[in-house]
Design a protein around this ligand. Structure first.
Ligand code: PBG
Length: 334
């Protein structure tokens, strides 16, 4: 076996898995105000950004050749009815319009959920201390339609309510957005690795936890049922989240379905690598690339990752397209 490992040239020749910037999606946190760039303590290098700074970030994402951005919102105020999630003037809706104006070619995905917008921090409507499934569907459908109206290219529900994909599909179709695809967070686990995100999005639940709607980390077959149901309901793409602790789920989904599969390398996965690297315990760049390669090897087509910009720059230093000489026809005069 060692013959083909002898030089970097040979290793590159027989490499099975390669990374491309276009496979990466960069998550962004948009907040009210102007000129805001507030660093998130538990996610070094990532910030809550006001709308005009989000546009700058989106422009960089496009320059680096990323596949797109995924938007999360921190609203001015939170309430019992998550009104900021589905208002046409909500923070995410404003950010989508601004990106579409400033960086029109970049795909914009919106996270459709309520936990950043509810005063209690749960992903749905709380009735008698419980998250009410069907009442929440209405909020989600309204949010998805308002994101599409603002110009979102893809809507991505992350709430884990039952039946949300069907409800969102129906609402999009009824409002003239038949062509807006749904990327469903189909297999989303109740994971401890979301910790840093909850600081970033100010979305930690004020009581209890999310285990009555997000999946038990112990269950694999149940993930396949979740994915199957979401596809039946009309999901165009599915997601497994988190990524590295759930590579087995990504692989099983890959073997079973032909739809595009996304994996979310979540905040805790990112922060652990950064923390270990800061302590000098691990090589930062290699850990980043090895983790992304493993997720892709497991079967993900798309990886949502906080490393998106750095990994893209490492893989493929951006080239200016302006003035680049294109290929010439061999033998042609001029
Ligand atoms: C919202 C949502 C969460 C993440 C994405 N969308 C967190 C949660 O369920 O609390 C986590 C992303 C990350 O950790 O990077 N429902």
């Amino acid at each position: 076996m060692r013959r083909l490992r002898a030089t970097e040239g040979l290793r590159s020749l027989v490499r099975e898995t390669r990374l491309e910037p276009a496979q990466f999606i960069l998550p962004l946190f948009v907040c009210p105000g102007t000129g805001v760039r507030r660093e998130i303590a538990s996610m070094p290098g990532h910030c809550q950004l006001s709308v005009e700074n989000i546009v700058l970030e989106a422009a960089q994402a496009q320059f680096l050749g990323l596949g797109g951005v995924l938007l999360f919102g921190i609203p001015e105020t939170k309430d019992e009815t998550a009104s900021g999630a589905y208002s046409d003037d909500g923070i995410v809706q404003r950010a989508v319009r601004a990106i579409k104006l400033g960086v029109p070619g970049l795909p914009v995905i919106t996270d459709v959920c309520n936990c950043e917008y509810t005063s209690h921090g749960h992903c749905g409507k709380v009735v008698d201390g419980e998250v009410d499934n069907d009442a929440t569907l209405e909020w989600l459908a309204r949010a998805a339609v308002s994101h599409a109206r603002a110009g979102a290219d893809i809507v991505a529900p992350s709430d884990m309510m039952d039946g949300r994909v069907a409800a969102i599909r129906q609402a999009l179709d009824a409002n003239g957005f038949q062509n807006t695809p749904i990327l469903s967070y189909a297999a989303k686990y109740a994971s401890v690795f979301y910790g840093p995100f909850r600081e970033a999005a100010e979305s930690a639940p004020q009581f209890g936890d999310r285990r009555s709607y997000q999946m038990d980390p112990a269950n694999g077959r149940e993930a396949l049922r979740e994915i199957e149901l979401d596809l039946e309901e009309g999901a165009d793409m599915i997601m497994v989240k988190p990524a590295m602790p759930y590579l087995d789920i990504i692989r099983q989904a890959r073997d079973r379905w032909e739809v595009p599969i996304a994996a979310y390398q979540v905040s805790g996965e990112f922060s652990m690598i950064v923390a270990a690297a800061r302590n000098g315990w691990i090589d930062y760049q290699r850990a980043m690339l090895e983790s992304l390669t493993a997720i892709r090897r497991a079967g993900a087509d798309i990886t949502i990752t906080y490393f998106a910009k750095e990994a893209a720059a490492l893989i493929k230093p951006p080239q200016s397209s302006r003035g680049a000489a294109g290929p010439r026809i061999p033998g042609a005069v001029n």
